[in-house]
Design a protein around this ligand. Sequence first.
Ligand code: IMP
Length: 201
Amino acid sequence: MKIVFATGNPDKLTEIREIVKDLGIEVVTMKEEGFTGEINETGSTFMENALIKARTVAKALGEVTMSDDSGLVVDALGGEPGIYSARWMGEHTSYRIKNKAIIDRLGDLSAEKRTARFVCAMACVFPDGRELTAEEAFEGIIGWEERGRNGFGYDPIFYLPERGCTSAELSREEKNAVSHRGKALRKMRQLLEEEMNRENA
Ligand code: IMP
């Protein structure tokens, strides 16, 4: 089975390839398959955006297509940056500046009021219209300072009280085991496996 992954992000591609390789699934990018169209992420939730991407590419290429959408939800900021996480404060603004802005806006709020989560929605759309979806969250709080050099984006301010470190202080393997993306990928893998068993039954 071949799956097109609607992403331009090589890290995401490596992760998904690793997780489905023993199912005999080959993962290719939408670019490799010749998709050059624009996709407007006009949804109002992570899942709507993941579905928009996967449906658009599945329709254009006539192939099974998977996509994901993720971001950071900060409760004290009314859910910001949320689905706008990548574009928040401008697409080219550095995460040093974005992270400082979030810390500043939270001021001296107590730990109980600094709750936040990373969310990952994953969708897999088949040309015949079947759709598989998985959404998972990774709970934490917004820290008081940036810490750690691993990961990317908002990881240095995403503090995990029970571990006493940020997600930027976890190794790649440690983060994958508990993260929104790791959990959503494993759930999607399970759904794909069930779908393949149904097809072969
Ligand atoms: P997208 O899913 O590629 O649209 O990325 C969403 C954005 O959410 C990223 O650009 C980051 O700003 C943020 N984000 C999603 N997952 C993570 C994570 O694991 N660590 C840090 N930031 C993340």
